[in-house]
Design a protein around this ligand. Structure first.
Ligand code: C2E
Length: 519
């Protein structure tokens, strides 16, 4: 979940960042174009005004009016000239004889230090027969004003991207757009301190300013920049980015969840633990019921998973699913036989029972490994016996059993009575031991039907010359009853639980000492 969210957030930030950067560059380019346009407008205004003054064309005579219209004909950015008297009173305009006299409406005029005044949003009424109102930008110097042509005004409004201000003695004054809120916006902007081109980026605050040629009478260009603006401008792309981020988050969430689930799955852990040899062997004594002496032990496996142990009932199904039987059984055998060889005191004839899964028997490798590991113990009169569970006997079990016998291993049929082995099959296998499953023993006190099968099992064992071991003996009554039924050996918590090798050896020593004392 967290990984998905993190990826979605990363894509969202990256996507919006790129979008913002793109929009930022776009606006910066527009600003540069607006700056060029303003330069050209100002230059042309000065040339026109210089000529008008040089030629003293303010007297409104027909000759002056013609001269003014000739000058306007060659101009790019201006459509009209107004002439004033020395007191600033409008005398006439270049359109007088075409449209009638324009009248000045409300306007705000900002006089720049250079003497060029800008007046934006001036409302001019043109024509007398059918008067129409025009809003225009007017530039004024001394006895003339110049009215900006509509296409030049439109280009400036568009090109300014957001805001063009004029640096005047009264502070910054907005030119385009001339709306009232632009004045407030301009007041909040930093006043440029030098005449250099300064590019200040505050995009983490959602704003940046491009400041140009800062000085009295010069233009200052600002672009106000907000993430909200960008999202509005590029709404389709923004929605696409949000969708991609959400999708990526969901996919990542799914992938990570699957990956974590797989990583945590018992199959994956079991494979890792077996491969990493995190195998723990414990030893449970097998006791002769008549004498109470330990005649051997069964090796049981656990897997060390961090600070907890995984038990066979959790491990074996995963081992079977992943066909890890041969690897598990070889590793358990090597470890158990090495541990017993190192720690077991000399104790006369003894047997060690190892559990094997059906797959392990068909592998030559497992038998060879077992033979190798068993060699030092055999030299000490310790017999190795393999336990095969009755309900999972391999199809070619008879051949396998012969191979095992040839290799010097004893054979036990584990959990006998839980499967369907016929007497004929048991006879062919010639097992050394039949092990009665602990469920039979536990049901004995309730006189359940299964428990009544124990004498049958003892008889089968006698018939095939095998000995009988009862598993899961937990109390004296069970032990006595089984002994009375002719069971030879017993295993269970009544005698001792499965123990690590050190405890098992200590238990054996304590048993020996008790026997000596009793004698
Ligand atoms: N309730 C009760 N239980 C008792 C008592 N005494 C012993 N047990 C448990 O009975 C099971 C006897 O082993 P199993 O029948 O060979 O059955 C074994 C064996 O079939 C298999 N197994 C254990 N270790 C290995 C191994 O290294 N390799 C293979 N292939 N199978 C193994 O897993 C099965 C279960 O092993 P564990 O969980 O260790 O369970 C062991 C043991 O802990 C008792 O008094 N009361």
């Amino acid at each position: 979940m967290l990984a998905g969210l993190a990826l979605a957030a990363a894509i969202l930030l990256l996507g919006l960042g790129l979008l913002a950067r793109w929009e930022f560059d776009d606006r910066a380019a527009l600003q540069a174009r607006a700056a060029q346009l303003l330069d050209a407008v100002t230059q042309e205004a000065h040339i026109l005004l210089d000529r008008l003054h040089e030629q003293r064309l303010w007297d409104c005579s027909p000759a002056s009016q013609r001269a003014i219209r000739r000058l306007l004909f060659g101009a790019h950015f201006f459509r009209e000239v107004g002439s004033f008297d020395a007191d600033g009173l409008l005398l006439c305009t270049s359109t007088d004889d075409v449209l009638g006299q324009p009248r000045a409406g409300t306007s705000r005029i900002h006089y720049a230090h250079s003497g060029l005044g800008y007046s934006t949003g001036v409302s001019l009424i043109l024509g007398q027969d059918q008067p129409r109102s025009v809003t225009a930008t007017v530039l004024r110097r001394d006895r003339f004003n110049l009215v900006l042509a509509p296409q030049a005004e439109a280009a400036l409004r568009h090109g300014a991207a957001t805001l063009i201000a004029l640096d005047t003695e009264d502070g910054l004054q907005p030119l385009f757009p001339a709306a009232a809120d632009a004045t407030a916006a301009v007041r909040r902007l930093p006043v440029p301190a030098s005449t250099d081109v300064v590019r200040e980026t505050h995009w983490w605050r959602g704003q940046f300013a491009l400041q140009q040629r800062a000085g009295m009478g010069d233009f200052v260009l600002f672009t106000r920049w907000h993430l909200g603006d960008v999202l509005r401008q590029q709404s389709t792309l923004a929605v696409a980015i949000v969708l991609i981020a959400t999708l990526a988050g969901l996919v990542a969430h799914g992938t990570v969840t699957t990956w974590l689930t797989r990583l945590n799955s018992i199959d994956h852990r079991v494979r890792k633990l077996i491969g990493g040899d995190r195998i723990v062997c414990v030893y449970q004594p097998i006791v002769a019921l008549a004498s109470g002496r330990a005649v051997g032990c069964e090796v049981l496996m656990r897997l060390q998973d961090g600070d907890r142990l995984l038990y066979p009932e959790q491990v074996i199904p995963a081992v079977l699913r992943q066909r890890l039987g041969p690897e598990l059984d070889s590793r358990v055998a090597r470890r158990a036989l090495a541990e017993t060889d190192r720690h077991l005191p000399p104790c006369g004839p003894f047997r060690i029972a190892l559990n094997v899964l059906p797959d392990s028997l068909s592998g030559e490798h497992v038998i060879a490994t077992l033979g190798e590991a068993a060699a030092p113990l055999r030299a000490r009169d310790i017999q190795i016996e393999l336990e095969l569970t009755e309900y999972s006997l391999p199809t070619d079990v008879v051949t396998q059993a012969r191979n095992l016998a040839r290799a010097g291993f004893g054979l036990s049929i584990d959990d006998f009575g839980t499967g369907y082995s016929s007497l004929a099959l048991v006879r062919q296998l010639c097992p050394d031991y039949l092990k009665i499953d602990r469920s039979f023993v536990h049901e004995m006190e309730e006189s359940a039907i299964r428990a009544s099968l124990i004498p049958e099992i003892v008889q089968i064992a006698r018939a095939v010359d095998a000995r009988v071991v009862a598993e899961g003996i937990e109390n004296q009554a069970q032990r006595d009853r089984l002994h009375a039924l002719g069971v030879d050996y017993g295993q269970g918590h009544y005698f001792a639980p499965p123990m690590p090798i050190a405890d098992f050896v200590a238990w054996l020593r304590a048993q020996d000492a008790a026997k000596v004392d009793a004698a």
